[in-house]
Design a protein around this ligand. Sequence first.
Ligand code: SAM
Length: 322
Amino acid sequence: MFKLRHHDPALPADSLAAPKSEARGVLALDIQTKYQFVDDSGNIFHEYRVPGSSEIQNCGGYVDKIAKYRDTALMSHLRASGVSKASFASFGSPILTTRSPQLDLLLFELIRDLRRRSNGARISLFDHGCSAAEHFDLLDVMLQASGEGRARDLLSYVGLDISPLLLAAAKMLHSDVEPEHFRFVVAEGSALDFPSRAFDLSLSVGVVNHVADPPATIKHLLRGTRYAAVMALWVTAEEQGFHVLNNSGVSFYFFSKRDLASLQAANPDGRFLVADFIPERHSSQRSSYINMDAHREEALGCYHLVFTRLKNSPFNFEQLAL
Ligand SMILES: C[S@@+](CC[C@H](N)C(=O)[O-])C[C@H]1O[C@@H](n2cnc3c(N)ncnc32)[C@H](O)[C@@H]1O
């Protein structure tokens, strides 16, 4: 029996910050993913390497999420307790209290609301950075548990992702959904060249911060959305939005209030509602950014936003103050 101890593999931010030292050379980081087995004195007696490709790791992680969403115990729990933040929390699985399921709850409310307004017409949904289409699965569970029906009969889903591997997994895991209503685009996340108001609803979580021009990408996303978009946007209280590198060497953008104000100005027929705000200091993945000092980190956080053009939205969230 092994006793596993938590160990933060990220180097402390100040060990990477050049200004304190004279050395300004380029630092090469090598990232390895492995299990290490150590004895009581800390000596490694066995190492087990796992593939280091983030694409393979993402694929494994999202397929695992889908398996958890398809657990029949979850369906029974939601049937008995209703679909809500509280019933997600009381199920006792940590995964349901993470960011994505919380955003799926917002989408679920919007789908229900639109179904009432449109007498049950199919609702089109665009999922930006869709990975293995796990949002479709959780929506399916919520729609079934609440008696609305199956996602495959109620939605017309389009997912976009840069990874052919994840999209292949998405198709394999949903072979029972009619391809006509379950489509995928392999593309870089800023290539959102669909027509204006192409989708009823859209979702963007965990991808827009990695693309080349995040504010322009959200502008395209909102243009392509007829009723409402659910988004997680990482923001800074600094005047200007900025890019940093995370510990995997991936670029990460923080939106400024000015970015959000210009998105609002470009879409005067809609408004941003704030469902939640998680300061970076409460994030589960702190120390993810290279060269981020404590002062700069203090100004960061993640908004869970609903941009809506609906006059009466199903939420009574405050409007984002800009
Ligand atoms: C952190 S995951 C987020 C997945 C999911 N939306 C969620 O809620 O957890 C990021 C996803 O975006 C994809 N991705 C990363 N960079 C991308 C880019 N520049 N363009 C399109 N997709 C990208 C990845 O392949 C991965 O499936």
